[in-house]
Design a protein around this ligand. Structure first.
Ligand code: ATP
Ligand code: MG
Length: 244
């Protein structure tokens, strides 16, 4: 098992948000998590990445059978975890190539093939419809909402994570961009050994992506797991039908 989340409990400030959450993600598996606003989906991504604002009060998170609970975010990234933020932040200064190269060097001991990296940036940017010149600015600096989402998906593809966690990669994308991004994620999924966790509210992306595993999260826990039929149930009956 690549990623194992066992009975995870976590607090934000005084609020208990994660209340005994279990999830397992293996190589080459795509998992979709759906759930009402405020159910704790983004909090779960923060717990996996080791966000300092979150207090993990119980349970464990393991990568390749080793607990990562005490590790800071950069070490988790080095182990191959990647998080695409629901609301990507802007980073002043560092240009895209430098940023990616530094991140890759940290994982491979400085052996990044820069020429190869640049040609992949060009290839993927073209696929995603990202204009070359925006990558000369700081990371996400002055990017539109959709450009930020695409830039983060581009980072993910270049870093080739073991586990890619995408928090609403479809939000804020226009119809054409949605199709492009979904197709891009699907191709990267097919050609890597990595596992994917995709958080989404709608099945519009799922016209292009066919996840085998779907989980419903409510009030800090996974309350149902199954296949794509759960997505149809959410669309038809809403989340009330999952209340226990
Ligand atoms: N810093 C904080 N202090 C206290 N409570 C917080 C803090 N940050 C988030 N929360 C609460 O944690 C709960 C879960 O939030 P979270 O962002 O994980 O939800 P979500 O499932 O991602 O929702 P959405 O679908 O709207 O993105 C919410 O009730 C939120 O108000
Ligand atoms: Mg969220």
């Amino acid at each position: 098992m690549m990623l194992e989340i066992k009975n995870l409990e976590a607090e934000m400030g005084e609020n208990k948000i994660l209340k005994g959450l279990n999830l397992e993600v293996n190589e080459k598996e795509m998992h979709v998590i759906m759930g009402p606003n405020g159910s704790g989906k983004t909090t779960l991504t923060k717990a996996i990445m080791g966000h300092p604002s979150l207090k993990v009060t119980g349970g464990d998170i393991l990568i390749d059978k080793k607990s990562i609970k005490g590790l800071p975010p950069d070490e988790r990234a080095r182990l191959g975890l990647f998080l695409q933020f629901q609301n990507p932040i802007e980073i002043e200064g560092a240009g895209f190539i430098t940023f990616i190269r530094t991140a890759k060097d940290a994982r491979n001991g400085g052996l990044t093939d820069v020429k190869g990296l640049i040609s992949r940036i060009k290839e993927y940017s073209k696929e995603l419809g990202i204009e070359d010149k925006i990558l000369e600015r700081g990371i996400n600096q002055g990017f539109s909402g959709g450009e930020k989402k695409k830039s983060e998906i581009l980072q993910m593809a270049l870093l080739e994570p073991k586990i890619s966690i995408l928090d609403e990669p479809d939000s804020g994308l226009d119809i054409d961009s949605l199709k492009i991004v979904a197709g891009f994620i699907n191709r990267r999924f097919e050609e890597t050994e990595g596992g994917f966790i995709i958080i989404t509210h709608y099945n519009r992306m799922l016209a292009y992506i066919k996840p085998k595993f779907v989980h419903i999260m409510m009030d800090g826990k996974i309350v149902a797991s199954g296949g794509p039929e759960l997505i149809e149930r959410v669309e038809r009956d809403g989340y009330d039908s999952f209340k226990v």
